[in-house]
Ligand binder design. Structure first.
Ligand code: SF4
Length: 245
């Protein structure tokens, strides 16, 4: 069964939410130049990319290619570039860092301990994220309050050191996301049709069962907050740990 069939359930205030999200993007783009969208290529981020297009605001868009993403995820980059006639910036981890880490701890280091899993996320996500955000006035995400308890207080706008973080879908439901995808015939990750609502790196993502938490399929072997750090801490001001790969 397709994700659209399963999840397309708009909330009563859906139209107002869409209008508010577009208005928010326009306002933030006016107040903060050099905005960029951080896209995980998940369902929410495909919605945000389309909202940015509808808002007509000038932003960049980047993807963190950890080297561990599913082929189905990476296939969306070309689709975005074709549909919106724009380039997607792709940031990858530093080769020497990943080679050294794998040599020391193996390809399955993330399963050995929480500390090694976090080291892997630092190398493959956090360091490239710092490069992607260097010099940017702000970033746009697809975070929603409904996604998990850890995200229940996600605000629409956060002032971080040196930049603003914008969450235009903060009050959207999962049903809203899929109604928007269906209404605008957006491309989406085929893995969403296989009971993977939240998709990250291939080794660290599994399908969820009926009734399981939205992010239960992420780092499922851990009893943690199901976060990799991207949305947990603010990056230092004027972070510049290297050049885009
Ligand atoms: S999600 Fe898994 S594979 Fe991806 S960077 Fe984190 S630990 Fe490594």
């Amino acid at each position: 069964m397709s994700a659209i069939t399963l999840y397309n359930r708009p909330s009563p205030t859906f139209d107002a939410k869409v209008a508010a999200s577009i208005a928010l993007l326009k306002q933030v783009a006016t107040d903060h130049p050099a905005l960029t969208q951080a896209s995980s290529l998940g369902a929410e981020d495909m919605v945000v990319t389309h909202l940015i297009s509808l808002a007509g605001v000038d932003t960049g868009i980047f993807v963190l290619d950890t080297g561990k993403l599913h082929a189905e995820t990476l296939a969306l980059i070309a689709k975005i570039e074709r549909r919106y006639n724009r380039s997607v910036e792709v940031y990858r981890p530093k080769a020497e860092a990943t080679i050294k880490f794998v040599k020391q701890h193996g390809e399955d280091a993330m399963f050995q301990s929480v500390d090694l899993r976090k080291q892997c996320c630092d190398i493959r996500k956090m360091e490239p994220l710092a490069r992607a955000l260097a010099g940017k006035g702000g970033w746009i995400t697809g975070l929603r309050r409904e996604q998990s308890g850890a995200r229940a207080d996600v605000p629409d706008v956060v002032l971080e050191p040196g930049r603003v973080k914008v969450n235009p879908l903060a009050d959207w439901t999962w049903g809203d996301v899929w109604h928007f995808i269906a209404t605008h015939a957006l491309d989406y990750n085929e893995l969403h049709d296989q009971f993977m609502p939240s998709i990250g790196c291939a080794p660290c993502t599994r399908a969820i069962a009926v009734g399981e938490d939205f992010r239960a399929g992420r780092w499922w072997w851990e009893d943690t907050t199901k976060e990799c750090g991207l949305h947990v801490q603010a990056l230092p001001e004027n972070t510049n740990q290297g050049q885009p790969a």
